[in-house]
Design a protein around this ligand. Sequence first.
Ligand code: SAH
Length: 452
Amino acid sequence: MKNDIVTLEITDITPEGYGVGRIDGKVFFVADTAVGDICECIILKELKSHSFAKLVNILTPSRDRIESDCAVSKRCGGCVFRHISYDAELELKKNTVKQAFSRIAGIDIKVNDVVSGNPERYRNKVQYPFSCENGITQFGYYARRSHRIVSHSSCPLQDIVFTEIASYCAELCDKLHITGYNESSGKGIVRHAVMRKNRKGEILLCLVVAEKHRKLSILAEEIAKKFPQIIGIHININKKRDNVIFGDETYRLLGVNTLTDSLCGKTFEISPRAFYQVNADMAEKLYSHASTLANRKEDGSIILDLYCGAGTIGLCLANDSDKLCGVEIIDAAIENAKINARQNGRSEENTLFVCGDASVGVEECKRRFGKPDIIIVDPPRKGLDTAVIETVVKASPEQVIYISCDPATLARDCAVFAESGYFADSATPFDLFPRTGHVETVVLLERAGSTI
Ligand code: SAH
C-alpha cells in the first residue's frame, strides 16, 4: 500500500533508468537504484500490475554504484545513470537492445558491444526551458516525468558556456521585463533557449517566445556582446499551449542563418529547426559504421536516405559515382541538405533532396534514378509506419540500413521486415547519449538468399 516500506533487491533496470525489484511476482520500479542494490523503498503509487517506489535506504549497495558528480542528478530528468559506473551503463544498454529483440520481436540476434566515446561534455546542443517563479525568470532541465524546472549552475553533459549564456539571458529577461513563460498561466514571453555549438565553438542561439516583444532585439544585442562566440540569434514564435518546443515562424535577429559544422571530413550547414546529432564525435563513428556496412557497386549504387535531416548520413556515405536521394519532412532541413550537397562537391545530376513524408521516398527515387540498391532509414523514436516498410520492401533493395534511436520500435520493425524476407545478423549499439537512458542502434537488413 502507498507509504509502506518494502525491502527490494534490484535485479534489472528499465531503459528509462528505473531499477526493477519484485516481491511475490509484483514489480516495483525505483529510480536511482542499481542492479544488485538491496534497499528499503517507500511505495509512492500502487497499480494493479506494478508499483512505483522511492529509494529510502541502501542496505547493501550494488557493485556498479559510484558517487554522482552532479548536485542535481537525483532531481533532474537528464541523466538516469550518473550513480553507476560507465562500464555498467554500457552493459545495461547492450542488454536493453538484446531484450528488445528477444521480448518484442522474438528475434535472437547477436548484439555487439556498445560503441562508446567520451561520456562527459559531449552535447553540442541544449534546449533549456524557461519559466517565471515569483516574478523571477528561471531556467534548467525538467524533473523526471514532469515539467517542473530543476535549476543548475553547470551540467556535466555539456559545455559550461551553455549554462552561462542561459543564465545571462534569464538575468536580462528580468532586467528588460521580458519574463520567462509560465506554462500553467500561459503568461510571460521566453519559453526556451535552444543553442547549438559547432566543433570550432561557434554558437547559434534560438529563443522560443510566446509572442514578439519590442525589447527582444536589445536582449539579443546584449547577449551577443557578452558572448562573442554567438554568431547568430534567432527568434521562434510558439503561441500554442502544448509541450512542442518550436512554433512555425522563425526569424533572424542578429548574425548568420545557419551554423556550419564538420563530420567525417564533410561540412554541413544546419538551420535552427533542422535535426543534427547532438554528439558529433559519436555521430562520426556511427556514420562510418553505416558506411562500412553499405555494399556499394564500383560503378555507382542508388542510395535512398529516408528521414535524412540536413543530409548528413547520405552525404557521408555516398561516393561520387553513387546516386543519392534524401527525403525529409522539415523544409528547412532539406534546404540545408541541398546546400550541403553542393558544398561537398556532389553533382546535381547525381543528387536529389525532397521535402516530404518518408512514404514517398521510394517513388521519388525511382522516378529520378531508378530502384534503390541501398535504403537507409533513420526515423524518430516512433519508428517506421507500416506504409513506409511496405514501400521499402516493395522496392526490393539489396540492403536496408536501419539506424534507430529506440530499440523497442527497431525490434518491432525488424519483425515486420523479417516477415517480408529481410533479416539482420547482428545489431550494433552506439552510445550517443551517455548517462541518459537513450541508445542508438544500427542494423543491416538483407534479403534472405541475397547474393551480395
Ligand atoms: N538522418 C538524419 C536525421 C535523423 S532524425 C541525421 O542523422 O542527422 C529523424 C529525422 O526524421 C528528423 O530530421 C525529422 O525531421 C524527420 N522526420 C520525422 N518524421 C518524418 C516523416 N514522416 N517523413 C520524413 N522525415 C521525417
